[in-house]
Design a protein around this ligand. Structure first.
Ligand code: GAL
Length: 434
């Protein structure tokens, strides 16, 4: 072989080896990148928040707290796990299935009081989070009564983000002015106003009980009106009998009130009923102050398009409930969840959330100037009124009692039988208060 040919072969072989090495390197590099990507995906920080906040006001408020969280923890992906349906009419069952199946979200919406304690804490499903309050020295920022209903055996189990009022009557200002009416202060006044409205061709009261809780919600106001705050409180601890004259009177009034509601109430949600009022399809609705959040989300202003008053016969009393978030045992991203709870507990978080949600902060140091006229009135009333718990929203009674209560309501709304309802309420109370 000539010397030149030999060199050329050598050179070619060398080039071949180099290019093979190059391909191998590139392959290894690609594999490493893929592996890195997979690892990063697995370790990706996430936070799954479970709630039923999908309507106007509810969803807007939640988004405000997410914004704050993201500004503090930009590398965490928030999974907004919502199940639509007011008062958790669908969400609660989904949550129960997930919890039973060992698939808890990182944090979930739960009403302060019996719903939190009886359903989840006593059952051993929640982590205590007292340290969050202690670390930030925030226990004193909350009213004692609020801390009491989220505590069990000296530990705190959730962060209350707000205080809602259940006993509110919302009305269409224009309809009331046109018919020269004042918001009714008693049940009798309510019936008189309703008769006038009906005679003028206006549906008096919008109800949206496609979830029966909305009827229970209306009924708790009627119960309070019939017996006053002290006896009302006694209903939940055995102090007031369910077969006494006051409960009977409340059921009778409730049946009369039902006679003034929209015929399609069983097909409507609470927000659709609230919309009837501002659309002029009905004059009033009795619903919690998430209605204020809903109207705000539609660009409406309290005292302009809509007015408010304590539901008839309940002035001076405040039926309260509170939305809170806790830390379930086995939360997949507990560190992220704890940071979420810190946002929920902060003044900044609460003052961003509540003006949109239509609730007042559970902390006592919220800035009133951020809240509209209705919410400022609620802030005042919460301080001065006789505060009593809501049954429709988990504060007054445990989940089992609420379910039995709702079953009695379903029959009452359709059959309108006073004695049968009394019998049902008595049985439900006996089962719950042992
Ligand atoms: C309540 C809840 C409120 C509001 C309402 C309607 O149970 O506490 O925050 O969302 O249901 O969905």
């Amino acid at each position: 072989m000539k010397k030149g040919t030999y060199r050329r072969i050598l050179l070619l072989a060398l080039l071949l080896i180099i290019s093979l090495l190059f391909v191998d390197c590139a392959k290894k590099e690609a594999a490493a990148t893929k592996e890195g990507e997979a690892k990063a995906a697995a370790a990706k920080k996430q936070l799954e928040i479970f709630s039923w906040w999908t309507a106007g006001g509810e969803a807007t408020g939640l988004a405000e707290m997410f914004k704050i969280y993201t500004s503090k923890y930009p590398d965490v992906e928030i999974i907004n796990a919502t199940v639509a349906g007011g008062a958790g009419q669908n969400a609660k069952a989904v949550l129960a299935t997930r919890m039973q199946g060992g698939d808890p979200p990182d944090s979930f919406q739960v009403h302060a009081g019996h719903e939190l304690i009886d359903t989840w804490v006593v059952a051993g499903k929640m982590e205590p989070i007292t340290s969050i309050f202690k670390e930030n020295n925030t226990i004193d920022a909350y009213p004692k009564g609020v801390i009491d209903i989220i505590s069990y055996k000296d530990e705190i189990y959730s962060v209350p983000v707000n205080i809602h009022r259940s006993n509110v009557l919302w009305y269409n200002k224009e309809i009331f002015a046109k018919n020269k009416l004042q918001p009714p202060k008693t049940t009798n006044e309510f019936l008189a106003v309703s008769k006038k409205l009906a005679a003028a061709g206006v549906t008096p009261l919008a109800l949206g009980d496609n979830g029966i809780w909305a009827s229970t919600h209306l009924f708790e106001s009627v119960l309070l009106s019939a017996m006053g705050p002290e006896k009302y409180k006694g209903l939940w601890n055995g102090g007031t009998p369910w077969d006494g004259p006051d409960v009977k009177k409340a059921i009778q009034s409730f049946i009369q009130i039902l006679g003034f509601t929209n015929t399609d109430h069983a097909a409507l949600s609470w927000d659709a009923a609230a919309q009837y009022v501002v659309d002029g399809k009905a004059a009033m609705t009795i619903m919690g102050d998430w209605v204020d959040g809903y109207y705000t989300s539609k660009g409406l202003t309290p005292d302009k398009e809509y007015g408010w008053a304590p539901s008839p016969g309940t002035e001076g009393a405040f039926i309260m409930l509170s939305d809170s978030f806790g830390l379930p045992k086995g939360a997949p991203h507990s560190e992220e969840a704890i940071n979420w709870l810190k946002v929920c507990a902060s003044k900044e978080g609460q003052d961003a959330f509540n003006p949109k949600k239509g609730s007042i902060p559970s902390r006592t140091d919220g800035d009133p100037s951020l809240y509209n006229a209705y919410l400022q009135s609620a802030m005042k009333d919460f301080k001065t009124n006789n505060v009593v718990p809501s049954v429709a929203h988990g504060a007054a009674a445990g989940e089992g009692w609420v379910t039995d209560f709702n079953d009695v309501m379903t029959i009452l709304v359709t059959e309108k039988n006073v004695d049968k309802a009394v019998e049902g309420f008595v049985k439900a109370a006996q089962k719950a208060i042992k």
